[in-house]
Design a protein around this ligand. Structure first.
Ligand code: NAD
Length: 495
């Protein structure tokens, strides 16, 4: 049975889950409606599975694990490349589907699909390299012994992802897990499961061995919690909010399974007086209004050097007031709606808190004129934001930028680091020496210098403090799904 989701309009969803290489009904008949955030229209129904379905999915993954682990990296790479090609063949449909479900402009969904393709190809290359690396000799200080290093898959893994980058966050986990030789159970967000269902349909077509990839849709409190609690899992790789990440880590501690956590952020953009101002304006706008600000890596705190602040903020306002908000399928649109009614209310609540905090509203704050339906919000900017206010300290996860100024480099670093999060930072400066010095001082996992929000499969993703445990992407993304084993032979070898 092939999924019709991609070949029909994106108003069709599949209320089924994917276990052991087959589409099947969840054990209860509970379903949830999926809503298009730009029209508030019904997109389709998905299954709200439960703990019993998680048991079945994990059992299928456990049955597949040994066989998958025994395949060569070359074989696994072949499957990853086939998935990349399947995604490539459905590029436009997948982008439309994600935009319908998540609300981001179609051009941004295209970027996401391309990232997914690149990620599967990258981990296919690493899977091939694994074959050559296996049983590598480890130099020892003694001729009496010979040691080799093995990298083995850690076992069956649970993968839990959010709604802001449904396809990308999924690819960043599924591709390295499969490359490492792990069988997986994936749980998409209950808000945006359609892109992952479409990805499952592509994986179904490449005919991975049954049980290597399983997908269970449902709520975090039922399916997510049951997955994290499952004793047959070696590890949970979670991307989502810091609060839920903390709960996941606590639950995983019960049987000491491993966790990788990619969590929230409240990142800073630092604009120095020696910056190229046009470039700085582009970077600042992209850092907070791309994906309607619903990015863990949003640079939602802007720090501008005082000597240029007045002019920079005036030009920033001019620029922001031209941002086209509206139908994410329209070519001219630069910002779509917020992804869900719940998140829309949350962001509005933060704007109200900002107004009450004494911060100055520079622009935005409400619904754009002429857009009566959909979870649309104007790009919103506050200046003179109190450093102890919720809008300065907490992740808003919407198109809300908070601005303060700094006198000198030392103050810029201190303000940027004054956060419980430490995911990324952007700095815009014409001084390379300063860029190196400031990059070294920032307590984050990734610094963009005169750039922003660019990500490559080759560079790591993740941060410090409450933003992450571990790293995704690059070889680190693969290592997260591997165990290290050394074998030490006494010499002369008798085995
Ligand atoms: P969320 O924490 O509410 O949900 C994330 C996922 O966890 C969903 O699939 C949800 O169903 C599931 N879940 C909820 N409760 C659970 C539980 N008790 N046990 C197991 N799973 C559970 O996050 P969200 O609102 O979907 O996503 C937004 C958050 O994700 C933001 O904080 C954002 O910063 C973060 N995020 C981080 C990164 C990163 O790479 N650091 C990337 C994207 C999003």
């Amino acid at each position: 049975m092939k999924n019709t989701l991609l070949t029909t309009s994106h108003a069709v969803a599949r209320p089924q889950i994917y276990i052991g290489g087959k589409w099947c009904n969840a054990q209860s008949d509970q379903r949830a409606n999926i809503i298009n955030p730009s029209t508030e229209e019904f997109l389709g129904e998905v299954a709200m599975a439960g703990a019993a379905d998680v048991d079945t999915a994990v059992a299928a993954a456990v049955a597949a694990q040994a066989g998958w682990a025994a395949t060569s990296g070359q074989i696994r790479a072949g499957y990853l490349r086939a998935i990349a090609e399947g995604v490539s063949a459905q590029r436009t449909q997948l982008a439309h589907l994600q935009t319908a479900n998540n609300g981001k402009p179609l051009s941004e969904s295209m970027i996401d699909v391309d990232d997914v393709i690149a990620t599967f190809h990258y981990y296919a290359d690493l899977a091939v390299e694994l074959d050559a690396q296996q049983d590598q000799l480890v130099p020892l200080p003694s001729a009496d012994y010979r040691a080799t290093l093995r990298r083995e898959p850690c076992g069956v893994v649970g993968l839990i992802v959010p709604w802001n980058f449904p396809m990308v966050t999924t690819a960043w986990k599924v591709a390295p897990a499969l490359a490492a030789g792990c069988a997986v159970v994936l749980k998409p967000s209950e808000i945006t499961p359609l892109p992952e269902l479409a990805l499952a349909a592509i994986i179904d077509q490449v005919a991975l061995p049954a049980g290597v990839f399983n997908l269970v849709t449902g709520s975090g409190t039922e399916v997510g919690a049951a997955l994290v609690a499952h004793s047959a899992l070696a590890k949970v790789s979670f991307t989502g909010s810091t609060a839920v990440g903390s709960a996941v880590m606590k639950a995983a501690a019960n049987d000491l399974k491993g966790v990788s956590l990619e969590l929230g952020g409240k990142s800073a953009a630092l604009v120095f007086a020696d910056a190229d101002i046009e470039q700085a304006l582009d970077i600042v706008c992209g850092g907070i209004f791309f994906n309607c600000g619903q990015m863990c890596s949003a640079t939602s705190r802007l720090l501008v050097e005082k000597s240029i602040a007045e002019n920079f903020i005036a030009r920033l306002k001019q620029r922001i007031d031209t941002i086209v908000v509206g139908d994410p399928l329209a070519e001219a649109t630069q910002m779509g709606p917020i992804t869900s009614a719940q998140q829309y209310r949350r962001v509005q609540d933060y704007i109200a808190q900002g107004l009450a905090s004494g911060a100055q509203l520079l622009t935005g704050g409400g619904r754009p004129d002429g857009l009566e339906k959909g979870y649309f919000l104007m790009p919103t900017v506050f200046t003179d934001v109190p450093l102890d206010s919720a809008i300065w300290r907490e992740e808003i996860f919407g198109p809300v930028l908070c601005i303060n100024t700094f006198e000198n480099e030392e103050e810029a670093i201190r303000l940027a680091n004054h956060s419980e999060f430490g995911l990324v930072a952007t700095l815009v400066t014409g001084d390379t020496t300063r860029a190196k010095r400031v990059s070294a001082a920032l307590q984050v996992g990734l610094v963009w210098v005169n750039s922003g929000q660019v990500i490559f499969p080759q560079t790591s993703w993740g941060g410090m403090k409450k933003s992450s445990i571990g790293r995704e992407l690059g070889p680190w993304g693969l290592h997260a799904f591997q165990e290290i084993k050394h074998v030490i032979f006494g010499m002369p070898e008798r085995a």
